[in-house]
Ligand binder design. Structure first.
Ligand SMILES: Cc1ncc(COP(=O)(O)O)c(C=O)c1O
Length: 387
């Protein structure tokens, strides 16, 4: 079937985090999409509601098979049932992994910029946050491997939290970059947790490499975290997976999960996960084509109307990281100016020091909304070019 991503669905007054307004502000911030979810997922949830009993839920063989097939056929990541655990979300799993691999006071390394909870959760859980800035070369972020190794040694880092594909910069780290990172972590016995929640949103021309496909010989120190929620725009359902290929490590993670009983899937997450992985390909292919066209549109709009904005074209996902430093001097003022023009973007400074005067634009919305949001952005910033 052909999905209509142009349909504008009013999300105000639904409890939506993204559309929290009472006025006509346009939301181009939080990372969910303004598209209706795939029909097979909605049908499966409807069937559950029709069935009428919403009891405790256990993962079934069919669910494991759907996860194993999805990751095998798409990424050549061949999992076994015993490699898979469930969790309410990838962020809760990041915290869980800190408890598995580190003690209070240990150093945890993350890149800058990075999805905010990578920093806040490390600090809130009493670990020492160590940042390694990504290097921007010709409009693309790169891992600064020399800096990463130096920081690992200097701070005796125990855990590296990787974001692949990267939020907010949109990089899909290449196999050789990941292998180089792995070699450093191996050398210094640093565990790697790879947040791969944006994996399925990899755009045409780029190849996603699951970290676990590289980890042979180091599997006792590698975990990946992923979910169907970002891929299929069902983030409100909550539910995710933890993958590890070392028996003792999986056992340890399982034991850690027992401490607060956080290992069950809710019924709707179970239902959505299975139907997404069994029947979601068609919706996803169409959504990605629509997103790619929205990225083109945004790049062209900014080139034409705000030419001093530097755009980092994403290799995955629908988040565009833009440098607004030609149009602003103060982070909060930049955000406020846009809010006053009734368009909300994610403020770059929330993603670390490297986010200074940057903004993140979420383009996963109907084209008419996106154009109106960009037009408001132009109206807000168009006259404030710095000398
Ligand atoms: C890199 C990354 N990890 C995790 C999450 C959130 O995951 P969850 O809702 O499963 O906690 C997001 C949401 O935007 C994200 O971008």
């Amino acid at each position: 079937m052909s999905y209509n991503f142009d349909e504008i669905i009013d999300r105000r007054d639904t409890g939506s985090l993204k559309w929290h307004y009472t006025d006509d502000t346009i939301a181009l911030w939080v990372a969910d999409m303004d598209f209706k979810a795939a029909e097979p997922i909605l049908n499966a949830i409807e069937q559950v509601v029709q069935h009428g009993i919403l009891g405790y839920t256990n993962p079934t063989e069919a669910l494991y098979d759907s996860i194993i097939n999805w990751h095998g056929r798409r990424y050549d990541l061949w999992l076994e049932k015993q490699d898979i655990l469930f969790s309410p979300g990838v962020v809760p799993s990041l915290v869980l992994m800190m408890n598995v691999f580190t003690e209070v006071g240990d150093a945890v390394l993350v890149n800058d910029p990075i999805y905010t909870p990578f920093m806040t959760k490390v600090e809130q859980n009493g670990r020492k946050l160590v940042l390694s800035a990504l290097q921007e070369i010709e409009g693309k972020y790169h891992l600064d491997l020399a800096d990463i190794e130096a920081k690992i040694i200097e701070h005796d880092v125990k855990l590296y939290l990787l974001c692949n594909p990267h939020n907010p910069g949109g990089r899909v780290w290449m196999r050789d970059e990941l292998e180089a990172l792995l070699a450093i972590c191996k050398k210094h016995n640093v565990a790697i947790v790879s947040d791969e929640i944006h994996q399925d949103l990899t755009l045409t021309g780029h190849t996603f490499t699951p970290f676990l496909t590289l980890a042979e010989g180091y599997e006792h120190n590698v975990v990946s975290l992923t979910s169907m929620t970002k891929t299929f725009n069902i983030a409100g359902i909550k539910g995710s997976m933890i993958f590890a290929k070392d028996k003792a490590l999986i056992k340890k993670i399982g034991q850690q999960q027992q401490l607060n009983d956080e290992y069950e899937l809710n019924l709707f997450a179970y239902t959505a996960m299975r139907s997404a992985y069994e029947k979601g390909d068609e919706w996803l292919a169409q959504a990605l084509a629509y997103i790619d066209a929205n990225i083109d549109l945004t790049v062209q709009f900014l080139e034409a109307h705000l030419p001093k904005i530097k755009v980092m074209r994403p290799e995955a996902s629908y988040l565009i990281w833009v440098d607004c430093s030609a149009y602003a001097e103060d982070d909060q003022a930049l955000y406020d100016t846009l809010r006053a023009a009734k368009v909300e973007l994610s403020a770059g400074f929330k993603y670390g020091q490297e986010g200074h005067l940057k903004m993140r634009i979420n383009v996963a919305c109907p084209r008419a909304l996106l154009l109106e949001g960009l037009t408001r952005m132009h109206a807000a910033l168009g006259d404030v070019v710095k000398p």
